[in-house]
Each structure stands twice: as C-alpha cells, then as structure tokens.
Design a protein around this ligand. Structure first.
Ligand code: ATP
Length: 260
C-alpha cells in the first residue's frame, strides 16, 4: 500500500503586502484505495496543499513524505489533473496521452499499448486520432485523466478536475472517476468547490477555512465505497443520510466563510 502524507505543513508566501499564511499546520494522508477530498472557500490553500503533495513546492515548515521518504519534487508516482486540461492542441488524443511516456523513453509500441489501455479505462476508445480541438470539454477532461494515468502512478492529484464542465457532463465524469478508482485502487486527492461532489466521492473529507488556511473538520464517508460495491448513484443521492450530510456541510461552510 502506498502512502502520501503531509504532516503539520505550513506555507507562508511573501507578497508585496507582507507575508501571507496560505496553510497553517495542516496534516493529510492519502493511501491507496482512498479518495481524500479538500473542500473550502476560495483562498483556503487547497491548491497550495495539492502543490505540496505533488512536489511542485516545499512547505515553509512541516514535511511531505511518500512511503516514508521526503518528497523533494514531482515524479511519476503522482499524476496531476488540472481544471484547465492543459492538453497540447496540436497533438491528437493518443499523442497527448502518451507524451509523458515518450519523454521517459518508452518506444512507440509500448506507448501505443499503454495509451490504448488507459483510453479504454476512460471510455475513449475510437477517439485516438481525433485532434483536441475536435472533441468536447468532457472528453478533454477524460484525455487529461488518461494522460495522468498513463505512467500508472500510485496517486492521482486532481485540482477541481470537473469544475469547468456542465452539470450533466460533470455527473458522467463523477461516475467515470469512481469507475477508474474502483478498477485501479489509486490513492486520490481531489479538490472541489461542490459540496455534493465532495460528499459523493470522498472516503475522507477535509474542510478547510481561509486566512490562515487550516483544516477545521474531517469526515469519514462511505458513499463512494457503496458505489464501488454496486449501488447506483441515483440511490445514493436520494439517501436521506446523503442529503443530511450535504445540508450539514453547507451550514458549516456558510459559518466558516461568514464575513470572509
Ligand atoms: N505564489 C503565491 N504567492 C503569493 N500568494 C499566493 C501564491 N499562491 C497562492 N497564494 C495565496 O495563498 C492563498 C491560498 O491560495 P490557494 O490557491 O492555495 O487557495 P485555493 O483554496 O486553492 O483557492 P481557489 O479555490 O480560489 O483555487 C490565497 O490567498 C492566494 O492568493
């Protein structure tokens, strides 16, 4: 089992208006087969936390470790997906997906075989040769997810991956993401602004509050596991417990952001 851990991390940015504590004493652990979701108002440090876990930056204090070893930079064990899919429009779908493999020296046959596997996982078979400009926003996000999966990372780190999608496409993507999780047992860290999405996907939900960014609550949840065990999303979403938790979190977030 792989484990990615931030322990008591703080991040202080120096800005023109003085120093800004983006994260204060935050701890989080993401293990294989878990979906840790960070939810909170704008500016509470969610992206900064993801960036630490990815190894894009180091904390001002505290530690980030992967399987007990200090993280010093990004590597292939952590695949990152952003809201803005950051695809290369001049390449087709399969070239985008296999780009990282190419950089790592995989030959053409290896790249094509692996890309075909992950494209099947995200249900994009048949679109391999489409140009990025020819496919929809939802499909682009699936290409982004396939690209992150291509190197078979132990962890997926996702910064509002579904934020730019329309409501219906977003729901399709939520179930696709759960299917991928069920099949691969990756450890997932995901940022969202949607309370509903957070409750649906999370096995652990972190509520962050801004200025300074800190974890104000943690909830262990089981709805995604119920989906993985075969319950339909419709049945989960209409469960009174799901609705109750959703409303309680809404109240909590409203209180946290009052006057912000
Ligand atoms: N490189 C930086 N230099 C200075 N301040 C920064 C930098 N990056 C982020 N910040 C500030 O740190 C705080 C946390 O930012 P961060 O992007 O991590 O929050 P967030 O919760 O992801 O926000 P959002 O939901 O809007 O994406 C914000 O006040 C932001 O303005």
């Amino acid at each position: 089992m792989a484990e990615l851990k931030a322990r008591n991390v703080s991040v202080v940015y120096q800005t023109a208006r003085g120093s800004l504590t983006a994260l204060q004493d935050v701890s989080v652990a993401v293990r294989s087969g878990e979906i840790v979701v960070a939810l909170g108002a704008s500016g509470c440090g969610k992206s900064t936390l993801l960036s630490l876990l990815a190894g894009f930056q180091t904390p001002s204090s505290g530690t980030v470790t992967k399987n007990g070893e200090i993280v010093t930079g990004p590597d292939a064990s952590r695949g990152v997906v952003f809201q803005d899919d950051a695809l290369m429009p001049w390449l087709n779908v399969i070239e985008n997906v296999s780009f990282g493999l190419r950089l790592r020296g995989a030959n053409r046959a290896e790249r094509e075989a692996r890309a075909a596997q992950v494209l099947e996982l995200v249900k994009l078979q048949g679109f391999e040769r489409h140009r990025i400009g020819e496919i929809s926003g939802g499909m682009r996000q699936r290409v982004g997810l396939a690209r992150a999966l291509a190197a078979d990372p132990a962890f997926l780190l996702m910064d509002e991956p579904l934020g730019a999608l329309d409501a219906l496409t977003r729901e399709h993507m939520q179930s696709l993401l759960l299917e991928v999780w069920k099949k691969t047992s990756k450890g997932i860290f995901l940022i969202t602004h949607s309370i509903e999405e957070a409750v649906l996907l999370a096995t652990e939900l972190l509520i962050l509050s801004p200025r300074p960014g800190r974890v104000v609550a943690r909830h262990g949840l089981t709805f995604s596991r119920r989906y993985a065990e075969g319950e339909s999303l419709r049945s989960i979403r209409s469960d009174p417990e799901f609705i109750q938790i959703h409303l309680e979190l809404l109240d909590q977030l409203m209180r946290e952001t009052e006057g912000a």
